[in-house]
Design a protein around this ligand. Sequence first.
Ligand SMILES: [Zn+2]
Ligand SMILES: [Zn+2]
Length: 302
Amino acid sequence: MNSNYEILLYYKYVDIDDPEVLKSQQIDLCNQLNLKGRIIVSQEGINGTVEGVKENTEKYIDIMLADKNFKDTHFKRSVGNGKAFPKLKIKVRPELVSLHLGDEDINPQEITGTYLEPDELHRWFQDEKEFYIIDMRNDYEHVVGQFENSVLPSLHNFRDLPAALPELEHLKEKTILTVCTGGVRCEKASGYLLSKGFKDVYQLNGGIVSYMEKYPNQNFLGKLYVFDSRVVMGFNTDSEDHKIISKCDKCGELSDNYVDCKYIHCKGHRQFICCGKCLKNKDNEYCCEDCLDKDAIEEKES
Ligand SMILES: [Zn+2]
Ligand SMILES: [Zn+2]
């Protein structure tokens, strides 16, 4: 692994008058610094993951922090390999993360959960405080890694949250802590729970990645799913304390190796977990028999 590369994960909820202007500024800046990645800009702020050589990602941070709109943005750093993203994609979207709440939309600048620092969470664990972690990530994310004893509402997409609310109803009077990868989803999710009458709502500041960096292999078990070519990541994963919690879809052995279904027309571009041993059999490169059969038929026809 080439540790010259660094990946930055960041977001900032801040009013942006003209997202198109910000988009072109970001394109220029990233091209100038040779950064690749994905950035969403919106009237409600910015949310990005970018990779580049360390010298340039650090310059990017300096330039962003010098902008009054982004001066207190929290940048999460992790080791890159130069291949996390094939190119730079910057898009203007109505929301930083799609929740589609419509009239009930949450502005985290007005309502959001209390920030809990990783150190405080670590203390909560040690003190055996009564609290409930609600994982706001999608099912395919938490299957490879999750906080011990966390509550996992059935979300296949973040926008499923309103429909999953009844599953959380019993925690309304409890101390709850929402968690997600880097924090951007929790800003809204924790605000949403507050708006629905939840009494004592915290959000993990900097997200799971910040906790893992500080306390690798403690309390958060497994690896962290990320939306780039790494698919999963962790800190000190070579250590004996690191546990794999997910299983190979084909044989049931412990594995956290995510693969894309080989059938290019696979519905939903399904990713599934498949261990190295099973992958030696080409038939296992497909998420299901349907995809295997269809690919074989199309190959014959072409
Ligand atoms: Zn297997
Ligand atoms: Zn498939």
